[in-house]
Design a protein around this ligand. Structure first.
Ligand SMILES: Cc1cc2nc3c(=O)[nH]c(=O)nc-3n(C[C@H](O)[C@H](O)[C@H](O)COP(=O)(O)OP(=O)(O)OC[C@H]3O[C@@H](n4cnc5c(N)ncnc54)[C@H](O)[C@@H]3O)c2cc1C
Length: 468
């Protein structure tokens, strides 16, 4: 008993000294703000770190990395906190929270943006749009730049501009041994290769340098069809998206039309299938590119029109507020067959809640022009990244949405590739991570052994160092 108390006192004293060495705010259980700070985007995940350090600069990050390593403390790194299984936090360890490390510097002359490690995509869209430029990213602006980029980065501009990592020119990182390095085409090329898809396994990225694309306005919006037409729409969509012009992106979805003024009342709460289009061309050329859809079944709604890219990138923000329950399952998919379509339609017709959905994000076009071994992201030949998401505000529905997502995935997985996009996975075990990286896995383990031999950075879709 006495020993325990002494132990607790020693812990407190140790933390006090450490807390004094971090310039940003630090929070322990019992501190005002701790419970707010530990909350993750996915309300289904409830982690209680021993300490949260809201780092304000690289020096803070180095202090935290050194402290965790020297004291054998479990370490998690939090970017935007959007990760499905909550890999931006941990139980009982130290969280490096990057949310105070913001700032985007656009250099219009060379078309690059330097983005601090704690930025969200809304921060980047805001800063770059003023210059009529964009970094290809995801479809929700509250997602963190850190996690999304390090896993790959799929979104409305993927077919034209590639994945987010295909536009990543350099990273500044704090490594497991506390060193601060830049990785790019010339320095630490192995690390630069690994961070483009390998997740947070290799260190803490404090700055991302991206290539910018001249994209300001887009022609975008959804088309919805009745579920009776879903099999034919899916077949037509598969044919079309295979060789559609790359300026045009369109992800397929099953959804319940939300009861908001944006949509006609007659469609509110109706389960439909749809495609959300995004074209970087003007309205006239976009209409020409979409002309083949006139021969698809007649849509219930066609809402493609001009809008600024940041508007499109934040269109779903209001629907997907922080704190909802999320359970997701994913795969890469090469083809839709009549059998897989039948299974999709069966589960898509029975979405368990209004927020639940299934998306097929095309990753052909520019994504396919990058070699399978050119970056750590290895599924360069698949046509889609598929994600099945059970979502609901009510924790009482956690079981229902989880069961639906799992059963749906069980039904369609036989028609899919062995691996999935790491950013759409829950914690599914090492075999699944290995299947995801395929032929790049061994090389990733070697890079891990070089830069993080003790696996300090293990709260992620973990790639253990080779030899372990
Ligand atoms: C509503 C929603 C929409 C989404 N839409 C898309 C989409 O359109 N396209 C897409 O590709 N993905 C999308 N995702 C998935 C998203 O990419 C992942 O959830 C991703 O992990 C989120 O990154 P984060 O920084 O917000 O998460 P966090 O939970 O903070 O971190 C996720 C992982 O990345 C690591 N990490 C984060 N930042 C850093 C850093 N600076 N240095 C080192 N490691 C770091 C963490 O340690 C953790 O392992 C979406 C997710 C949600 C919830």
């Amino acid at each position: 008993m006495t020993g325990n108390l002494e132990g607790e006192k020693r812990m407190t004293a140790d933390y006090t000294e450490f807390r004094g060495s971090v310039r940003g705010e630090t929070l322990e259980p019992g501190d005002a703000g701790y419970h707010e700070a530990r909350k993750l985007y996915n309300g289904m995940i409830d982690k209680k770190p021993a300490l949260i350090a809201r780092c304000v600069d690289v020096a803070d990050v180095m202090t935290c990395v050194n402290y965790a390593r020297d004291n054998g403390i479990l370490l998690a790194v939090r970017g935007g906190g959007h990760n499905g299984p909550g890999l931006g936090s941990c139980d009982g360890g130290l969280v490096i929270d990057l949310s105070r490390m913001k700032g985007v510097r656009v250099d219009p002359a060379v078309r690059t943006a330097d983005v601090a490690g704690g930025c969200l995509w809304g921060d980047v869209d805001h800063a770059t749009h003023a210059f009529g430029m964009a970094v290809p990213a995801g479809i929700v602006s509250t997602t963190g730049v850190g996690g999304l980029t390090l896993g790959g980065g799929i979104g409305h501009l993927s077919r034209k501009c590639g994945l987010t990592i295909d536009n990543l020119l350099a990273v500044d990182m704090v490594l497991a041994d506390g060193r601060f390095v830049t990785a790019n085409d010339e320095q630490h090329q192995d690390l630069y290769w690994a961070v483009r898809g390998g997740g947070g396994n290799f260190g803490v990225v404090t700055n991302f340098r991206f290539r910018l694309h001249p994209v300001g306005m887009v022609s975008a919006g959804p088309m919805f069809w009745a579920m009776e037409d879903a099999p034919e729409v899916m077949r037509r969509y598969e044919e079309f998206i295979g060789d559609a012009p790359e300026e045009l992106n369109g992800f397929f979805a099953f959804l319940v039309v939300p009861p908001v003024p944006l949509f006609p009342e007659a469609l509110h709460m109706r389960t439909v299938c749809g495609v959300v289009w995004c074209s970087t061309a003007d309205q006239e050329r976009t209409s020409q590119m979409l002309e083949p859809t006139a021969r698809w079944p007649k849509p219930l709604l066609s809402g493609v029109g001009p809008m600024p890219l940041p508007v499109l990138n934040s269109l779903f923000d209001g629907l997907f507020q922080p704190g909802l329950q999320w359970y997701w399952k994913a795969d890469f998919v090469d083809h839709l067959t009549d059998e897989s379509i039948a299974r999709h339609v069966k589960f898509g017709s029975n979405l368990p809640t209004m927020f639940s959905t299934m998306h097929l994000y095309p990753i052909n076009g520019a994504v396919h022009r990058v070699g399978v071994n050119a970056t750590a992201f290895s599924y360069r030949k698949a046509k889609w990244a598929e994600v099945i998401v059970g979502v609901d505000p009510d924790a009482a529905n956690a079981g229902k949405i989880t069961e639906w997502a799992k059963s749906y995935w069980d039904a369609v997985h036989p028609y899919s590739a062995p691996g999935a996009y790491v950013n759409f996975m829950m914690e599914e075990g090492s075999a699944r991570v290995e299947a995801t990286y395929g032929e790049n896995y061994t090389r990733l383990q070697q890079v891990k052994a070089k830069y993080d031999p003790q696996n300090l950075f293990r709260v992620n879709q973990n790639i253990p160092p080779s030899g372990k």
